[in-house]
Design a protein around this ligand. Structure first.
Ligand SMILES: Nc1ncnc2c1ncn2[C@@H]1O[C@H](COP(=O)(O)OP(=O)(O)OP(=O)(O)O)[C@@H](O)[C@H]1O
Ligand SMILES: [Mg+2]
Length: 420
């Protein structure tokens, strides 16, 4: 049998998610060729060839992909990461493989361009404006009103989400954003830099919609309920499926289809974030890649039986999707947080939870021994442990996740005071 090959561009930073993407390719019978900035140790046994390239350099990356394609005749090119959505669309177009259009990929990556393409949708978007400096922000807030949210147009992982509640918050937020929105703080800012979007603050329950578009047809796999932290909006808890009533699901599905269609997403997975409140569905953003926080890799498969990551590869290779649900369970995740800055020494209270049947996984998100800093200094270190649970009922799942918040704690030793 001739071997089939899949080109993957980078891996998700979270090890277990990266591993699951490689295992999904393996289950579907593909050898993986990885194009990326580096290859983590865990990936080496599952990668057939690794080609090192600076994937922020589009021309060099496309040239490398073309050269590899001459050897491997890839069945498809896929990514599971946010920053690679545009590059993968460009590689797919260059190699003649299924992918999103360049226009759709830009709309997926830039929160302003995205909302600009959806202006015609009545009552779904918050009021919004693009800003680059304090004067612009002040003028925009006159239109958008307070409370509002200001955030970078091209970031992800809740890096630099600032709530504006009083006029004096604008100055402080812009000052912090000027420090954050720089490639030396995070390379994601190489793409759109110091460009921000200010939005009306949306009220309601947070949710996400997980799905695929294939050949222009939108498939909704499930809806996830989400809880985020105050005030920096780190994602704390996810539950699949959402407990919202059937009429809410119907509106969420219909509006999701309108949004995906208007943005012209195709041949991709998507992860749409929104709030559900008195005024129905209010749109926050949509990504042209699978959900992180173990939603795609673990929660959706546990709750529904749909192998989400395998379908990410199917959509990238033009194979028919397999989205039948074979079970109706509830799966959820709760993060254990570092409550202060300092050295992360491990967690207390997890061992007794691990003896119970409902807890499936405990993942360490930050290596033990790390000096952790909290937002707004660092947006990626506060969530130190992830706990995944599942239960036949929603109520049972909620009890399991609640116990994580009352029984598990992160052990943090305060950093030595340099003055002492
Ligand atoms: N207009 C808004 N009104 C209310 N809350 C908002 C608004 N915009 C963003 N948020 C909050 O901030 C979170 C992160 O915003 P957004 O999804 O735009 O940024 P992100 O960097 O892509 O984050 P992530 O990668 O974590 O999804 C949202 O999930 C939501 O909790
Ligand atoms: Mg988001």
């Amino acid at each position: 049998m001739t071997e089939r090959h899949l080109l993957l561009v980078n891996l998700r930073r979270i090890q277990r998610e990266g591993l699951e993407s490689l295992l999904a390719a393996r289950r579907l019978g593909y050898r993986v060729v990885l194009l990326g900035r580096s290859i983590p140790e865990f990936a080496k046994p599952l990668v057939h060839e690794f080609r090192q390239v600076d994937t922020y350099d589009r021309a060099a990356s496309i040239a490398a992909a073309r050269e590899l394609h001459a050897t491997y005749e890839f069945a498809g090119v896929a990514n599971f990461t946010e920053v690679d959505v545009q590059l993968v669309s460009a590689i797919a177009a260059d190699l003649g493989l299924p992918g999103m259009s360049e226009t759709a990929a830009l709309r997926a990556r830039n929160k302003y361009v995205m909302k600009d393409a959806l202006r015609h949708l009545d009552g779904v978007l918050p009021r919004f404006a693009k800003v680059t400096d304090l004067a612009g922000l002040q003028a925009a807030v006159d239109e958008v009103g307070l409370p509002a949210v200001v955030k970078p147009t091209g970031a992800s992982g809740s890096k630099g989400i600032f709530e504006l509640r009083r006029p004096e918050d604008l100055d402080a937020a812009m000052e912090r954003l000027a420090d954050i929105a720089r490639p030396d703080f995070d390379p994601v800012f190489k793409q759109f830099g110091a460009e921000f979007i200010v939005e009306e603050f949306l009220e309601g329950d947070e949710l996400s919609v997980e799905g695929f578009v294939s050949g222009g047809e939108v498939h909704i796999v499930t809806v996830t309920d989400k809880i985020t932290s105050v005030p920096f909006h780190l994602e704390l808890e996810h539950k699949v499926p959402s407990a919202l009533p059937a009429d809410a699901w119907a509106e969420i599905s219909a509006t999701t289809k309108d949004i995906v269609g208007a943005l012209e997403f195709d041949n991709c997975s998507f992860h749409l974030e929104a709030k559900w409140g008195e005024r129905g569905l209010r749109f926050i953003e949509i990504a042209g890649r699978p959900a992180g926080d173990y939603i795609g890799s673990h929660l959706v498969p546990l709750a529904t039986g749909v192998d989400y990551f395998e379908n990410v590869i199917r959509v990238a290779t033009g194979e028919p999707l397999r989205l039948e649900h074979d079970r109706q369970l509830n799966a959820g995740l709760r993060f254990v947080l570092a409550e202060r800055a300092g050295r992360f020494e491990g967690a207390d209270g997890l061992t007794p939870l691990g003896e119970e049947a409902g807890y499936d996984h405990f993942f360490t998100e930050v290596p033990v021994g790390t000096e952790v800093a909290l937002p707004p200094q660092n947006f990626g270190q506060q969530r130190v442990i992830a706990v995944i649970a599942r239960h036949a009922t929603r109520e049972g799942l909620e009890q399991l996740l609640h116990r994580v918040t009352t029984e598990a704690t992160a052990r943090i030793t305060p950093a030595a005071d340099p003055a002492e």
